[in-house]
Ligand binder design. Structure first.
Ligand code: PMP
Length: 451
């Protein structure tokens, strides 16, 4: 496509489009990047540049771009039944079959799914469902949900409130009442002089302190991502989840594992909860559920919770697009591909160990204070001083690096000065080599800039 075509797209976008998570004035001053096609792990922009997508879109294109089977599944379903709803005691085959397919891969004892249109809607559903659950059990006072600072659970009012992004709370008077937050298990950023394992135990203990402070009779649930994604691929110290499990076992509260990123193979297990040996009561899911080909989310619910919901009368909750038949048909086909091609198994046995060993080579770089990762997730902490973990005083080093990435044909995301990746699960060794070569080149270019 010609540059003039790109300029036209940019002008139209400037004049008519308000994109998500965007500083409008800043974007309008330069013009948006326009992505026009994709195949496998690669994107092409409107100027013909080929870009390795090390973020799988937004952590979602697990089976990679261009899978014809998903196109065909959607086409078939559109012809057969493009839409019907799940309200008023009706259903349709794709939603029913998908609920079963998810139960088959979910942790034991989680056999039911409530469908939503997105991860944010899944977390709104969580908030209403856990309160309805406790009210049904005769404990309507148990309403408070404990989340974590810098956790991400979506952009709707409930999602942003459950999340702990202070900048999001600052816009629109968040969080809503009834939500509390404890610290995140982010050793590199907040661990100070503590040993990582000791730090992991200390931040986990904040859960118990918070339950006692609020009162067990008022706490409905604790919500957390197994590994924080949007917060910067924050992988808890090994001591963290065992301590959290120990605390959860002492109190009668529900545990919600937000699997929107970790679900459907990202860690090399089907769910992040499998990876850590956690047993949640509810799991919000989205993204990798359809590999992002169509919007869809849901909440996977433990059998004991379902038994209570069964006694709760009508649950006044649901969406026009809950279990949308076309999205459900695509999700079903996506799960079939993940299972039959043994993609999750290959990630665990082969490609994730390879990615992680190559990713660690970047820890040697003068700009990198820590390289960490699990499965198909990775983070690099950009620092001024490798030994002291001191950050750069000037803001925007991460953004500078991200700019170099785009110029060098690589999508990495910047969260402050943390560079993160979450490539498609189908990325192969050769493509991983390319990712590492390009990442190193971008680190070099960033280092030259900040000298
Ligand atoms: N939870 C987590 C853990 C997420 O990462 C996200 C999206 N990045 C969401 C919820 C919200 O999902 P959506 O953008 O589909 O609403």
């Amino acid at each position: 496509m010609s540059d003039s075509q790109t300029l036209q797209w940019q002008a139209l976008s400037r004049n008519h489009h308000l994109p998500p998570f965007t500083d409008y004035k800043a974007l309008n001053a330069k013009g948006t990047r326009v992505i026009t096609k994709a195949s496998g792990v690669y994107l092409w922009d409107s100027e013909g540049h080929k870009i390795l997508d090390a973020m799988a879109g937004l952590w979602c294109v697990n089976v990679g771009y261009g899978r014809e089977e998903l196109v065909e599944a959607a086409t078939r379903q559109m012809r057969e039944l493009p839409y019907y709803n799940l309200f008023f005691e009706t259903s349709h085959p794709p939603a029913i079959a998908l609920a079963k397919a998810i139960a088959d891969v979910a942790p034991p004892g989680m056999n039911h799914v409530f469908f939503t249109g997105s991860g944010s809607e899944a977390n709104d559903t969580v908030l209403r469902m856990v309160r309805h659950y406790w009210a049904t059990k005769g404990m309507p006072g148990k309403k408070v949900v404990i989340g974590r600072w810098n956790g991400y659970h979506g952009s709707t009012v409930a999602g942003a409130s459950l999340g702990g992004m202070k900048a999001m709370h600052g816009q629109g008077d968040g969080p809503i009442p009834g939500i509390e937050h404890i610290d995140q298990p982010y050793w590199f950023g907040e661990g100070g002089a503590l040993d990582p394992e000791e730090f992991g135990v200390r931040v986990a203990q904040q859960l118990e302190q918070k339950i006692l402070e609020v009162g067990e009779d008022k706490v409905a649930a604790f919500i957390a991502e197994p590994i924080q994604g949007a917060g910067g691929v924050i992988i808890p110290p090994a001591s963290y989840w065992p301590k959290i499990r120990e605390i959860l076992a002492r109190y009668d509260i529900l545990f919600v594992a937000d699997e929107v990123i970790c679900g459907f193979g990202r860690t090399g297990e089907w769910f992040g909860s499998d990876y850590y040996g956690n047993a949640p009561d509810l799991m919000p899911i989205a993204k990798g559920m359809t590999s992002g080909y169509l919007p869809m989310g849901g909440v996977v619910v433990r059998d004991e919770v379902v038994q209570t919901l069964n006694e709760g009368g009508e649950f006044y909750h649901g969406f026009t697009y809950s279990g949308h038949p076309v999205a459900a048909a695509v999700a079903l086909e996506n799960i079939r591909i993940l299972r039959e091609e043994k993609i999750v198994e290959r990630v665990k046995a082969k490609t994730a160990p390879y990615l992680q060993s190559r990713w660690q080579e970047l820890a040697e770089h003068p700009l990198v204070g820590e390289a960490r990762g699990v499965g198909m997730l990775g983070a690099l902490e950009l620092v001024k001083n490798k030994k002291t973990r001191e950050r750069f005083a000037e803001p925007g080093v991460g953004m500078l690096c991200r700019q170099h990435c785009f110029q060098n044909g690589l999508v990495m995301r910047a969260v402050g000065d943390t560079m993160i990746i979450s490539p498609p699960l189908v990325i192969n060794e050769e493509e991983i080599d390319e990712l590492i070569v390009k990442a190193r080149r971008c680190l070099d270019a960033t280092a030259a800039d900040v000298k």
